[in-house]
Design a binder for this molecule. Structure first.
Ligand SMILES: *Cc1c(COP(=O)(O)O)cnc(C)c1O
Length: 407
């Protein structure tokens, strides 16, 4: 008789977004005319830049003619895109095109990468966090059941709190597989060089591996923040880096991302050395068919002179909105974090309100949708996440409304 993978039954369930939708829908039914502004979205709203569209059109037409038709592409991605990334994103850091793997999403790459590690590995994950790191390890059987206090037994949570500036600190127990996200979703905080140096040193000394999620790298503006983990000496021996065109250039619908697995990243077991690059390549060749040619051409267009300008303007715009929202909320007396190197603002609930209480208040009194911080982990309780992906006019409306109620 067929048996299920019962690790899936441990999943506490996609509770956050369905519950938010339920509450927003209930509110809409009661107040059909309320002009709701959604500051909860984690998706890009702007249309794609012109350079991207013209590359997409041109490449699609190539597929319609026998001289330029393309069938299966290389599982690792076309060399033209890997070369553009190596030069454009890593220039002086010395990452070779062969160390880059093109994929159709950082979410799936990060979710899949844990496959090549044993179930016994002890996993460390920031709290609050992007839920994919946790859920994929639950599915793989690397955790015990959900705890009454929140989270799962068996995961080493790294609290990111106001006290430590939302920067994950070394745990007091050993860990083998470490997830880091910078700039962070949901706290909007970028990791400092010192913190990352500490983690790289830890990974070297303890033969651990860091899975570094840089999905919001393009939003980094602070001079002290790190864009790539490979800026830290020694990181090429301990870290895999994931990046995506989703938040960088609005590819959430097109789907294109990449990860960097350096050749020098080796795991030594019983005096034998294993290359993570070779294992991941083998995995991708077996389970992944590559990203569509026109999409890879569209991604490569971001590295042209014109493409670079357009994408920078796209991100500057979102960061500008984040700043306005940050300034506006701060002026109203809210404690606001993030928003300078990320599209997200992490806002402390007033008084001793819970995340859900503040969510309800924002919805009912200000017609604003936020994301309750508690949905990202135990340490997210007492916060909500605002995103600057909403249209500029909506942002102004949101701020006006908050101000009106404050008066
Ligand atoms: C949006 C996001 C991703 C990735 O997205 P893809 O669209 O799958 O490339 C990865 N990590 C974090 C933290 C994100 O917020």
């Amino acid at each position: 008789m067929v048996k299920l993978n019962h690790h899936y039954s441990k999943l506490a369930g996609g509770y956050l977004f369905p519950e938010m939708e339920r509450r927003v829908a209930a509110f809409r039914t009661k107040h059909p005319d309320a002009p709701i502004v959604d500051l909860g979205i984690g998706d890009v709203k702007e249309p794609l830049c012109p350079s991207i569209i013209s590359a997409l059109e041109k490449a699609s037409r190539e597929l319609g003619s026998p001289e330029t038709f393309k069938g299966y592409g290389p599982a690792q991605g076309y060399p033209f895109l890997r070369e553009a990334i190596a030069k454009g994103d890593y220039g002086s850091l010395g990452i070779s095109p062969d160390e880059i793997f093109i994929s159709d999403g950082a979410k799936n790459d990060i979710g899949n990468f844990q496959e090549i590690f044993a179930v016994e590995n002890r996993v460390a994950i920031p709290d609050p966090t992007y839920p994919v790191y946790i859920d994929t390890n639950v599915m793989a059987g690397r955790t015990r059941l959900p705890l009454k206090t929140g989270g799962y037994g068996g995961i080493i949570y790294l609290p990111c709190t106001e006290e430590n500036n939302f920067l994950p600190q070394l745990p007091n127990r050993p860990c083998d597989l470490i997830y880091l996200c910078s700039p962070s979703n949901p706290t909007g905080t970028a990791m400092t060089r010192e913190t990352l140096q500490m983690w790289v040193r830890y990974a070297k000394e303890n033969e651990a591996v860091i899975l570094f999620d840089g999905a919001y790298e393009a939003y980094v503006r602070s001079p002290h923040a790190v864009r790539s983990i490979y800026e830290i000496p020694g990181a090429k021996e301990v870290a895999v880096e994931f990046r995506s065109f989703s938040k960088t250039a609005g590819f959430t619908g097109l789907r294109c991302s990449y990860c960097v697995v350096p050749h020098s990243l080796k795991i030594v077991e019983s005096y034998q050395s294993f290359s993570l690059h070779a294992l991941w390549k083998r995995r991708q060749e077996t389970k992944f068919g590559g990203v569509a040619y026109p999409i890879q051409r569209a991604a490569a267009a971001i590295y042209s002179e014109q493409g670079k300008k357009e994408v920078k303007a796209f991100i500057d715009d979102i960061l500008d909105r984040a700043k306005r929202l940050r300034d506006g909320l701060s002026a109203l007396g809210y404690r606001v974090f993030g928003g300078t190197d990320a599209p997200y603002l992490w806002v402390k609930t007033p008084g001793k309100m819970s995340s859900w209480e503040f969510f309800d208040q924002l919805l009912e009194q200000h017609y604003l949708v936020s994301v309750p911080g508690s949905g990202f982990g135990t340490e997210g309780e007492g916060y909500v996440r605002f995103s600057a992906f909403s249209e500029a006019s909506k942002m102004t409306e949101a701020l006006n409304r908050l101000e009106m109620v404050a008066q």
